[in-house]
Design a protein around this ligand. Structure first.
Ligand SMILES: [Zn+2]
Ligand SMILES: [Zn+2]
Length: 693
C-alpha cells in the first residue's frame, strides 16, 4: 500500500482533492452531472500501452502475476502488507523475516519444485489447473485420500480433507492474511472447487479451534459446499456464531457441540475421536480420525504445558492415542524451527505480575484479542493487585464477552469497567486491555498513541506491555508503536526484554516428545512454509519415524493412504488462491489487481477538465492531481507542458459539436500518457474527469 502523504500533492486552484484513502480505489470522483461514468472506465483507466504479461514460471503461477508495470532495473517501494489484521489475528507467529525472505527466494528461484496447481483464480485467461491424472496412474478405490487445501505453503488458510469412496470430512476452514503481492486484498481463503462438486458427499467439517486461520473462511464457503454439519467445541461454536452476524446471507449453520474425549461417527467410514490440546485459546481440540486404513491424527495448533518446576503436563492422553496406533500424524510446524520447549505460561504470568506490581501509574496491556487464555490470566492478576480492567477495541470486547459467557474468563462483579469510566479511578487502580500490539493502524492501541482516543490519553509514567510476539512483516509498525509510546513518556515492556509472551505453537523439542508418544508410521507436517515443515520432518526422523515416511506435500496434492502406505500421487485438486477483498468472494478481478499493482508501482495522475458542454471549450485551467507519481511543485515544467497539451487537444474538437466525454478521455489518456512516458519513463494511471457545464 502506498504510504499516505508520500508524493501526495495537487496543483490546481480549487481542485477537488480526493481524500487520500487507505487503499487506492480505482473509481475517479464522480463529478460529471449528466451521465454516470461508463463502467468500462475502470479498466480503461489503464494507459493504452498494456503492461507486459507476467512471466509464468510454473512456480510463479500460484501467485498473482508479478508487478506488470515494473520494468527491469526500476526500483520502487514495496507496498506494505495489509496492516488491518485487527484483533482477529490468530496469533500465528512463526518464522523470522529472514525465513520469509528465504522462503520467497525459494518460491521464485530456479529449480523450485512443482507448484501445487495453484493460480490466481480470477485470471480468466491462462490455463486453470484441473485434476491432471498421470495416464499410467490409476486411482486406488480402496485408499483414503488425504488432501491439504491450504496451510502448507503459507501461515494461515488451514484446511485439509479426507475422502473415502463417497464420504468426505473436512478439517478446518481458515483464512490467510495476504502478503504484499496482493494489494488491497483483505484475505485469502481455501479453494473449495473440488469440494463444491462433491458437496453431497461432505459428512462433516471439524473445527479444531476458534482462531481465524482455522475458521475464518467458513461464511464464505458454507453455501457453496452444501452447508454440511460443523463439529466444534463450545467456544469455537460461540465465535463462529458471533461472526455469522456479519454475514447475513450465509446459510444458518448446523453446529454439533463436541468436547474432549467425545467419539463421534461422522459417516459410515469415518469416526472422530476428539482430544484437547493446549493452545492460546481454550478448548482447542485435536482429532483422531478412525478410517478403514488406520488412524489419522491431526493435532491442530498446540503447545505443551509446563509447570514452574519445568514438568510437562497432560501427556497421558497423547500416550493413549499412541497405544491405539497412529497411521499418520499431521503436525503443526509453525514453531518447528525453534529449539527447546514451550515457555511456561506460568513464567509469563509471573513476569507480568512483577511488571504490574512495579507500575505506579496506569497499566495498558496490548495483546491479540484471540489469546483468550492469556487475557483470562491478566484479568486474574489485575484482581489480585486491586486494579479494574477496561477493555479497549471491538474484538477485545466481543471475545471477552464470549469467553465470559462460557466461563473461561471469570471476572468478579465490578472488575471489568468501560473505558469511559477510567477517569473515575486513580491511575494505580486501572489496567487497560487493548488490541493493536502489532501496530495495526485501525486497532485500539494506535488510537491511544495518536491521541485520537476519546477516553485514554497517554501520561508520563503509564506502563505499556506488548504481550504478543511480532508477526513477521510487522516489525516496523511495532517499532513505531514502541517509539511513540516512549516518546510520550510511557514505560514500555515487550517480549524481547522479558518473557511476557509464550508462543501457542510447540517448538522442536516438544514436537519430538509428542512424536515419541504417538509413534506414527507416517508423518505429515502441516501449518507452515516448506522450510518449517522440512524442519519438522527432520525432528520426526530424529524421533523414530522411518526416514522415508515423512511426507512434505503441497497444497492441492492428493495422497492415497492404504494400511501400510502413504503415496503422494501426481493428481491435484485446485488449490490456487481465492481472494476476498471486503466486497465479497471472487469480486477481485484480475484487472482490479493489475490496477492496484500499477497504482502501487507507478502512481496516478488525475486530470480534471471543466468544459463548456455546447462548445467544447475549456472553461478554466485544467486541474491536475498527482498521487504517488511525481511531486508537481518540483515539476512545474511537466505540469505546464501537460496543461499546454491538454489545451492543444481540446482545440482539435470542433467547437460546433457537443463534447463527447469518452472521446476526450481516451485522447487525454493516450496523449498525456505518451508524453509522460517519454518525459519520465513512468506510466502512471491517468484518470481524466470531464465536468461539463
Ligand atoms: Zn493456526
Ligand atoms: Zn491457533
Amino acid at each position: 500500500m502506498m504510504k499516505k502523504n508520500e508524493n501526495n500533492n495537487s496543483a490546481a486552484g480549487g481542485a477537488p482533492t480526493p481524500a487520500p484513502k487507505e487503499r487506492p480505489r480505482i473509481k475517479p470522483p464522480e463529478i460529471r452531472p449528466r451521465a454516470p461514468m461508463p463502467p468500462s472506465n475502470r479498466s480503461a483507466a489503464m494507459p493504452a500501452h498494456t503492461p507486459r504479461p507476467a512471466q509464468q514460471s510454473p512456480r510463479a503461477a500460484q501467485r498473482p502475476p508479478q508487478r506488470p508495470g515494473v520494468r527491469p532495473g526500476q526500483s520502487f517501494a514495496r507496498p506494505q502488507s495489509h496492516p488491518q489484521h485487527g484483533g482477529s489475528n490468530p496469533g500465528s507467529s512463526g518464522g523470522s523475516r529472514e525465513e520469509r525472505e528465504a522462503r520467497r527466494e525459494y518460491r521464485h528461484g530456479p529449480g523450485a519444485p512443482r507448484a501445487a496447481g495453484t493460480q490466481l483464480q480470477h485470471s480468466k485467461m491462462g490455463p486453470r489447473p484441473q485434476i491432471a491424472r498421470d495416464p499410467n496412474e490409476k486411482p486406488n478405490p480402496d485408499a483414503v485420500r488425504l488432501v491439504p487445501l491450504g496451510g502448507l505453503e503459507e501461515i494461515g488458510r488451514n484446511c485439509s480433507f479426507l475422502e473415502y469412496k463417497n464420504e468426505i470430512v473436512i478439517i478446518d476452514m481458515g483464512l490467510q492474511f495476504p502478503e504484499e503481492e496482493t494489494p488491497g486484498i483483505d484475505y485469502i481463503i481455501p479453494n473449495v472447487e473440488y469440494l463444491e462438486k462433491k458437496k453431497q458427499n461432505i459428512a462433516a467439517i471439524i473445527l479444531t479451534h476458534g482462531h481465524y486461520d482455522h475458521i475464518g473462511a467458513l461464511p464464505h464457503v458454507l453455501a457453496r459446499i452444501g452447508n454440511p454439519p460443523i463439529y466444534a467445541t463450545s467456544i469455537t461454536k460461540a465465535i463462529i456464531e458471533k461472526r455469522a452476524d456479519d454475514f447475513p446471507n450465509a446459510p444458518k449453520m448446523n453446529v454439533q457441540l463436541v468436547k474432549d474425549g467425545d467419539e463421534i461417527k461422522l459417516s459410515n467410514n469415518f469416526t472422530a475421536l476428539f482430544f484437547g490440546v493446549p493452545h492460546t485459546i481454550p478448548e482447542t481440540t485435536g482429532v483422531m480420525m478412525k478410517t478403514p486404513i488406520g488412524n489419522i491424527v491431526h493435532f491442530a495448533d498446540f503447545r505443551l504445558e509446563y509447570d514452574d518446576e519445568g514438568n510437562v503436563h497432560g501427556l497421558e492422553e497423547f500416550e493413549k492415542l499412541g497405544k491405539m496406533g497412529v497411521h499418520t500424524f499431521m503436525v503443526d510446524s509453525t514453531a518447528a524451527e525453534r529449539t527447546g520447549h514451550s515457555i511456561s505460561e506460568k513464567t509469563v504470568e509471573r513476569n507480568l505480575e512483577e511488571i504490574f506490581r512495579a507500575a505506579e501509574g496506569r497499566i495498558a496491556v496490548a495483546t491479540f484479542s484471540s489469546l483468550i487464555t492469556r487475557i483470562a490470566e491478566i484479568i486474574k492478576i489485575a484482581e489480585k493487585i486491586g486494579r479494574k480492567v477496561a477493555l479497549n477495541g471491538y474484538s477485545m470486547k466481543t471475545n471477552i464477552q464470549i469467553a465470559q459467557n462460557l466461563g473461561f474468563v471469570k471476572a468478579k462483579e465490578g472488575t471489568l469497567i468501560s473505558v469511559e469510566e477510567i477517569s473515575k479511578y486513580k491511575d494505580d487502580k486501572v489496567l487497560i486491555l487493548t488490541t493493536g500490539a502489532q501496530g495495526e493502524s485501525n486497532a485500539g492501541l494506535m488510537k491511544i498513541i495518536n491521541g485520537e482516543h476519546r477516553h485514554i490519553k497517554i501520561k508520563p509514567g503509564d506502563t505499556f506491555v506488548l504481550s504478543s510476539s511480532v508477526i513477521p512483516g510487522n516489525e516496523r509498525s511495532v517499532q513505531t508503536v514502541k517509539d511513540n509510546l516512549a516518546r510520550q513518556g510511557a514505560i514500555v515492556y515487550h517480549s524481547a526484554l522479558v518473557d511476557i509472551h509464550s508462543s501457542g505453537h510447540a517448538p522442536k523439542d516438544d514436537i519430538a516428545l509428542i512424536i515419541k508418544l504417538l509413534k506414527p508410521k507416517f508423518l505429515m507436517p502441516i501449518h507452515g512454509y516448506y522450510f518449517m515443515r522440512a524442519a519438522n520432518g527432520m525432528t520426526a526422523r530424529e524421533s523414530g519415524v522411518a526416514k522415508d515416511n515423512v511426507r512434505l506435500m503441497d497444497n492441492g496434492q492428493i495422497a492415497e493412504l492404504t494400511k501400510d502406505s502413504f503415496k503422494v500421487t501426481k493428481e491435484t485438486v485446485p488449490a490456487y488462491y481465492v481472494m476476498v477483498d471486503g466486497l465479497g468472494v471472487g469480486d477481485v478481478e484480475e484487472v482490479v489487481l493489475r490496477d492496484r499493482r500499477a497504482l502501487a508501482a507507478e502512481g496516478m495522475l488525475v486530470i480534471i477538465l471543466t468544459v463548456d458542454r455546447d462548445k467544447g471549450r475549456l472553461l478554466k485551467n485544467p486541474d491536475i492531481i498527482s498521487r504517488g507519481f511525481i511531486y508537481l511543485k518540483d515539476n512545474q515544467e511537466v505540469l505546464d507542458e501537460i496543461r499546454k497539451r491538454i489545451r492543444g487537444l481540446m482545440t482539435r474538437i470542433p467547437n460546433f459539436k457537443e463534447v463527447e466525454p469518452d472521446y476526450v478521455k481516451t485522447l487525454l489518456r493516450d496523449q498525456i500518457g505518451q508524453y509522460l512516458y517519454t518525459k519520465t519513463k513512468r506510466r502512471p494511471m491517468i484518470l481524466p474527469v470531464v465536468i461539463e457545464i
